[in-house]
Design a protein around this ligand. Structure first.
Ligand SMILES: [Zn+2]
Ligand SMILES: [Zn+2]
Length: 402
């Protein structure tokens, strides 16, 4: 009976109905997860994090890696690098790699838990439960509403298919194999990642439509990272690498077959530097010179953690330490910053940064802001609104925070 009464009311007063709907939308939009809610629904929120972690494991190649060496005699080693054929030594190397991959998984989880236990001791700040639960919920939402992206999938695959076919016509100018080929492939992969990542921090569209979310955590830890949605649309820098890397690889790289044993030290280094969002490992790195020495060549945990710093001295133009695995490109292009003794506060720059403790706003805010900016400004400002520098602000601003 109540329903019919309210329906009649709605028909009579459409303006009021719209007003009520707008108020509800605003309430949902402005809502922030708060400490009270965390203590009341703790069990559900832990479950949400657990689910987000599992989604993350399956979305990234970390679990697939466990199976590859045994089933296809290939392995994925460095970030953004093509698959490596294990060659004649395959079966034995594959077993060792599998053992190391299992250890890598256990190590990642141990680091995540260690971050929770030692966070206050390492940073002097409390562990940020709100941020972690928020990204967990956003991750689950992305997973639940994954069908929204299905429409873009065939289109994307077709474009990549044409691109890959075209790449076959690109002549190879250097032909090498063995360990040197692995090093070269890693350097090329990292060069692509470096420029994609740097561009992502510099261009409004790429920054706002994805990478900003990876930089929202005020007190970043390894589990905060592991709770993030792993969707290409939200990881704009990977999108560009996807196009640059195959082209450069076609020109320079090489036959990676038979590198076998060399992969073991490579993987050991990768296991150490992979949990690059961990304050606990940052502290450990500061303690031992041998770990600090690795910065000469590798993007260690402290080097990448400094990339997330929101201290003004680390924001050279639009950031520092963009590399994924090697510090070479940052050193060469003048964006390398040596990590501080103390662990820096992470997060966005600016006093009015919205850290979005609301999974819906977390996912939608950049889209809504672009929509408003485009609507409020004339067509001739659109190219700059979309593709301009992150320092550009349109003549009529959308009244929204970061
Ligand atoms: Zn970044
Ligand atoms: Zn990061």
């Amino acid at each position: 009976m109540n329903t019919s009464v309210s329906n009649a009311h709605v028909n009579a007063l459409p303006g009021d109905w719209r007003g009520a709907a707008a108020r509800i939308v605003r309430k949902i939009w402005d809502f922030n997860i708060h400490e009270n809610m965390l203590s009341k629904h703790r069990r559900w929120l832990y479950a949400a994090f657990g689910a987000a972690f599992v989604v993350w494991l399956f979305a990234t190649p970390k679990l697939a890696f466990l199976l590859d060496p045994l089933t296809t005699n290939t392995a994925h080693i460095f970030h953004m690098m093509p698959e490596v054929n294990l060659g004649a030594e395959g079966p034995l190397v594959a077993k060792i790699l599998l053992g190391l991959a299992l250890f890598r998984f256990a190590f990642l989880v141990a680091v995540g838990l260690g971050d929770i236990v030692f966070h206050r001791r390492a940073t002097g700040r409390p562990f940020a439960w709100k941020g972690m639960i928020n990204t967990s919920l956003a991750n689950i939402m992305m997973w639940l509403f994954g069908f929204l992206f299905i429409g873009t999938q065939p289109w994307f695959e077709r474009v990549m298919g044409h691109y890959m076919a075209w790449l076959h016509a690109v002549p190879k100018i250097v032909d090498i194999s063995g360990p040197f080929a692995v090093i070269l492939a890693c350097l090329i992969g990292d060069f692509c990642f470096y420029w994609s990542h740097r561009l992502t921090h510099n261009m409004r569209l790429l920054w706002n439509l994805g990478h900003i979310n990876h930089h929202r955590h005020e007190n970043l830890t390894q589990f905060h990272f592991a709770a993030e949605p792993d969707v290409l649309a939200l990881k704009a820098s990977k999108g560009i690498t996807l196009f640059m890397l195959p082209l450069l690889s076609a020109l320079f790289t090489t036959d990676l077959a038979g590198v076998g044993w060399f992969l073991i030290p490579v993987l050991l280094i990768d296991i150490w530097i992979d949990p690059s969002h961990s304050p606990m490992l940052y502290k450990l790195e500061q303690k031992y010179r041998v770990f600090r020495m690795m910065r000469l060549v590798f993007v260690t945990v402290a080097v990448h953690y400094t990339h997330h710093s929101n201290e003004p001295r680390h924001n050279r133009k639009t950031g520092c330490n963009f590399g994924a695995r090697f510090t070479l490109w940052d050193r060469l292009f003048g964006t390398y910053v040596e990590p501080d003794e103390e662990i820096p506060q992470t997060g966005l720059f600016g006093k009015h940064a919205d850290y979005c403790y609301n999974p819906i706003r977390f996912l939608l805010l950049p889209y809504v802001r672009f929509y408003r900016e485009l609507r409020l400004n004339s067509l001739r400002h659109w190219p700059k609104i979309l593709f301009g520098s992150v320092f550009y602000s349109p003549p009529v601003k959308a009244k929204m925070s970061h």
